[in-house]
Design a binder for this molecule. Structure first.
Ligand SMILES: Cc1ncc(COP(=O)(O)O)c(C=O)c1O
Length: 439
């Protein structure tokens, strides 16, 4: 980092999220501005954004349409309470979203993040069962390696041990993960093997009793664990089993929503419709915090009970449906639709798949996976130092002008949906150089 900046900025006060704070502050990595596919460092060096910020800037950076809509809205109506009051943009946005959603998911609850969307969805599942006289359905089923944010609900159904081990958890059990490199190594798109892993739900039903189970939650393509596309047929089986046992099926589409897989939502790409869908991130192109939970009408209607003056669902956030976030989301949807970004990953996905799988012979690579405009590269771990090699790759990639994301010894990629074929080639040429230079 620039010496002048280092001398003028005190880095102590910001306790940074999911960051090795002491390591970072000893050698900070800073981004100062962004446009299109590129960030710039404080020194003005360009850095290609290989991860859409954090899987969220789907239309690329610095979109003037979004900035202008936000600026206008701040002066028109900066804030309005959402409890017992409404404002037109919230309703307009909810209607726009339902028009994009899989058929039947036409009720929207607004939140401010993916974590809040997940905790909201879990509560809706409980409220639905309770309203139907099945209040004993309170347990959740997540999946190993799942990531559903950091609320207490989200970490309980999540399956990443470091996020769970310190904290008290809600009652939850887990399906096995679907990462099977021995049989599915270097799969292009959906892996062929593993659909039967969905049948493990039958075992969990036999263990817990269907009448105690409220919801199953999975990411259609697991993202944070390192891009695990569902085996062919897996999601269909999960859907069928949830329907059979009266269990609410939640797809966590916080990453896969808004075009990442080549359709507006992964549910549409895979042709499997859940009962609830959680979203955030790309809903505003990452410009402002917002999330939305899409709910099948039947679930919503079951909860709309009692005298009309009763609050049906005791849940909500001060900023649920924040007018400025709504304005950002509406402008974002305009950009997505005008530029065809919600389906572009299906078009450019073949070039992406060719380019990422061409790294198969690069040093240290043990597996490669891809789906839509998502991809992951597993590296052989250094002896007794899991994560060190991928961390070195991230630091070196940044030096060479490329932002990647790592988890353990996996490199994850999810560039803005505007990426060109030439930029895809540039991204993987940089990554090859990085891998070839790694010890
Ligand atoms: C699938 C999924 N769910 C939930 C979340 C949490 O979202 P947030 O960080 O906005 O709370 C994430 C974040 O990456 C995610 O990938």
């Amino acid at each position: 980092m620039n010496a002048i900046l280092r001398n003028t900025l005190d880095l102590d006060a910001w306790w940074m999220p999911f960051t090795a704070n002491r390591q970072f502050k000893a050698a900070p990595r800073m981004l100062a501005s962004a446009n299109g596919m590129f960030y710039r460092t404080p020194e003005g060096e360009p850095v290609m954004d290989g991860v859409s910020g954090l899987w969220c800037v789907n239309a690329g950076h610095g979109r003037p349409e979004i900035a202008e809509a936000v600026g206008r809205q701040l002066m028109e109506l900066d804030y309005a309470p959402g409890f017992q009051m409404g404002h037109p943009l919230g309703f307009t946005l909810a209607n726009r979203l339902t028009a994009l959603a899989p058929e039947g998911l036409d009720r929207i609850f607004f939140t401010n993040s993916g974590s809040e969307s997940v905790d909201t969805a879990l509560k809706i599942a409980i409220a639905y069962h309770r309203a139907r006289g099945e209040g004993q359905r309170t347990k959740f089923i997540g999946r190993e390696k799942g990531y559903h944010g950091v609320g207490f609900g989200g970490i309980s159904v999540g399956g990443l041990v470091n996020n769970r081990r310190l904290f008290p958890l809600l009652p939850a059990d887990h399906l096995p993960h679907t990462h099977l490199p021995a049989v599915n190594g270097f799969s292009r798109g959906q892996p062929a093997h593993g659909a039967e892993l969905a049948d493990e739900l039958e075992r969990l039903v036999a263990l817990h009793g269907a009448e105690t189970l409220a919801a199953v939650i999975v990411e259609p393509v697991a993202g944070s664990a390192g891009v695990l596309p569902p085996p062919v047929g897996y999601l269909d089986r999960l859907r069928a089993l949830c329907s059979k046992h009266g269990i609410v099926l939640i797809f966590d589409e916080v990453i896969t929503g808004f075009g990442r897989t080549g359709a507006p939502f992964a549910a549409q790409r895979f042709g499997v419709t859940p009962d609830i869908m959680t979203t955030a991130k790309g809903i505003t192109n990452g410009a402002l915090p917002m999330g939305a939970v899409f709910v099948r009408r039947e679930l919503h209607d079951a909860v709309m009970k009692g005298p009309p003056e009763t609050i049906e669902f005791f849940h909500g956030y001060t900023y649920s449906g924040h007018p400025v976030a709504c304005a950002a989301a509406l402008a974002t949807l305009d950009v997505y639709e005008r530029d065809g970004l919600l389906t572009r990953a299906a078009v450019i996905g073949d070039h992406w798949a060719d380019a990422i799988h061409a790294l198969r012979d690069a040093p240290h690579v043990t597996d490669i996976r891809n789906f839509g405009l998502m991809g992951a590269i597993d590296l052989q771990s250094r002896p007794d130092a899991v994560g060190a090699r991928a961390y070195a790759a991230m630091v070196e990639a940044l030096k060479q002008g490329l932002l990647i994301r790592i988890t353990g010894d996996t490199i994850a990629l999810s560039p803005p949906l505007i990426i060109s074929e030439a930029e895809i080639d540039e991204l993987f040429a940089t990554l090859r150089r990085v891998l070839e230079g790694l010890g």
